[in-house]
Write a protein that binds this ligand. Structure first.
Ligand SMILES: Cc1cc2nc3c(=O)[nH]c(=O)nc-3n(C[C@H](O)[C@H](O)[C@H](O)COP(=O)(O)OP(=O)(O)OC[C@H]3O[C@@H](n4cnc5c(N)ncnc54)[C@H](O)[C@@H]3O)c2cc1C
Length: 329
C-alpha cells in the first residue's frame, strides 16, 4: 500500500470525516489514570461506527503509527507521547432484552455492572469497581473476585481491516487476562453481547457494594495508578521449583499473586522520583504527584530484575505500553 505524506495530510483527511472529533498535540496525561504521558500528534474520537471505520482506514493508509485506547486506566504512555494517531471509540449505549445485555465498547464498565444489577441480572456484579471501559475489559478479559468478563460474553463485534466481524465466545479465545484481541491489536472491539442470569437485584447490589467498599480502600478513586502492574500467575504454569516455594496461604483460586513474589524481593515502598510501590501492596505502583514514565519504567524494570534474580522467572506486565517502540505492549 502506498503511504501518504505524513501527519499534515492525515490530519486533513481525518478532519473531513463527519462525526469524528480531531485534535492535535493532545497531552495524553489527561487520558491516563497515571496522569503520565506526553502529547499525541493526532487524537481522534467518535461514537459512530462509520466514522471510526473511516478514521481507522485513514490511519492505516497513512503509514503513521496508530493506537486505540479506552479509559486509559491500564496504560503507561511515554513522556515523549505518541508520534502518530491515537483513536477512541466512545459509543456508550447499553441495551437489554430479557437476560441479554448489549454494551458498546465505550461504556464505562461500572455503568454496565450497574445496568445489569438494576435489571436483576447476575454474572458481572463482582466486576464492580474495575475502572475503564467495556471494550478494553473484553480485550484484557477483566475480572476480579474469581470471575472474569469472559464467563458472560456471548459474542463480540469488532473491526478487522475495514470489515465488521462477529466472534462467539470460543472464537475470542479467552484466558486469564487474555483474549484473541491482545494477539490482534489491529482488531478493534465495537460492542459485546452478554448472557446473564435472572437474580434478586438487592442481593446483587449488596455483593457489588461490598466489593466496591474493599476496592475503594485498596485503590482510592483519586490514586494515579493502573491497579496491578503485573499479571498474577496460574499455579499450574509456575516452574516446579518456584511452585514448591509458594506457601499454601499465598494460593487463591489456583493462582499466586504477583505481589507474593514482589514482596519477597522487597518491592513494598520502593521509590523512584514521584513513583512509588504502595507500602501495603507490592503489585501496586502509583504516581504520588508529578511522576514520569521514565521513573515508572525504571521501577518496573527494577522489580522485574529482582524477581528474575531471586526466582529465575519473569513477572509479566498487565499494563499496556503506548509510545515505547522498545517495549512490548
Ligand atoms: C485502580 C485500578 C484497579 C484495577 N483493578 C482491576 C481488576 O481488578 N481487574 C482487572 O481485570 N483490571 C483491573 N484494572 C485494570 C484496568 O481497569 C482494566 O485493564 C480495564 O479493562 C482497562 O480499561 P480502559 O478502558 O481504561 O483501557 P485502556 O487502559 O485505555 O486500554 C487498555 C488496552 O485495551 C486496548 N483497547 C482499548 N479499547 C479497545 C477496543 N475498543 N478494542 C480493542 N482494544 C482496545 C488498548 O489498546 C490497550 O492496549 C485496574 C485498574 C486500576 C486503575
Amino acid at each position: 500500500m502506498k503511504s501518504m505524506s505524513g501527519t499534515e495530510e492525515t490530519l486533513r483527511r481525518l478532519a473531513a470525516v463527519p462525526s469524528l472529533q480531531v485534535s492535535t498535540c493532545v497531552p495524553l496525561s489527561r487520558y491516563t489514570r497515571f496522569g503520565i504521558g506526553g502529547p499525541a500528534d493526532i487524537f481522534a474520537e467518535t461514537s459512530e461506527v462509520e466514522a471510526f471505520i473511516a478514521a481507522m482506514n485513514i490511519a492505516r493508509a497513512s503509514g503513521l503509527d496508530f493506537v486505540v485506547i479506552g479509559g486509559g486506566t491500564n496504560l503507561i504512555v511515554s513522556d515523549a507521547g505518541f508520534r502518530g494517531v491515537v483513536l477512541r471509540f466512545v459509543a456508550d449505549r447499553l441495551m437489554a432484552a430479557g437476560n441479554r445485555v448489549v454494551s458498546n465498547a465505550g461504556v464505562v464498565l461500572q455503568d454496565l455492572v450497574d445496568f445489569a444489577i438494576e435489571r436483576g441480572l447476575k454474572g458481572i456484579e463482582t466486576l464492580a469497581g474495575i475502572p475503564g471501559w467495556v471494550g478494553a475489559a473484553v480485550y484484557g478479559n477483566a475480572g476480579a473476585y474469581g470471575h472474569s468478563l469472559s464467563e458472560r460474553v456471548h459474542n463480540v463485534r469488532f473491526l478487522d481491516n475495514g470489515q465488521v466481524r462477529l466472534f462467539n465466545n470460543e472464537q475470542c479465545d479467552f484466558h486469564y487476562r487474555e483474549s484473541i484481541f491482545k494477539a490482534h491489536k489491529e482488531w478493534i472491539i465495537f460492542s459485546t453481547e452478554l448472557v446473564l442470569t435472572p437474580a434478586d437485584p438487592d442481593a446483587l447490589r449488596r455483593t457489588a457494594d461490598d466489593i466496591l467498599k474493599i476496592r475503594n480502600e485498596k485503590f482510592p478513586p483519586t490514586m494515579k495508578c493502573a491497579g496491578s502492574i503485573f499479571k498474577n500467575f496460574l499455579l499450574a504454569r509456575l516452574p516446579e521449583k518456584v511452585a514448591a516455594q509458594v506457601p499454601v496461604t499465598a494460593i487463591r483460586e489456583g493462582k499466586v499473586a504477583a505481589a507474593y513474589f514482589l514482596e519477597q524481593v522487597g518491592a513494598k515502598g520502593l521509590v523512584r522520583g514521584d513513583i512509588q510501590v504502595a507500602g501495603y501492596h507490592a503489585n501496586l505502583v502509583y504516581n504520588t504527584g508529578s511522576g514520569t514514565a521514565r521513573d515508572l519504567c525504571d521501577l518496573i524494570d527494577d522489580l522485574k530484575a529482582r524477581v528474575r534474580e531471586r526466582f529465575g522467572m519473569e513477572v509479566e506486565e498487565e499494563v499496556q505500553y503506548v509510545g515505547f517502540p522498545d517495549r512490548a505492549s
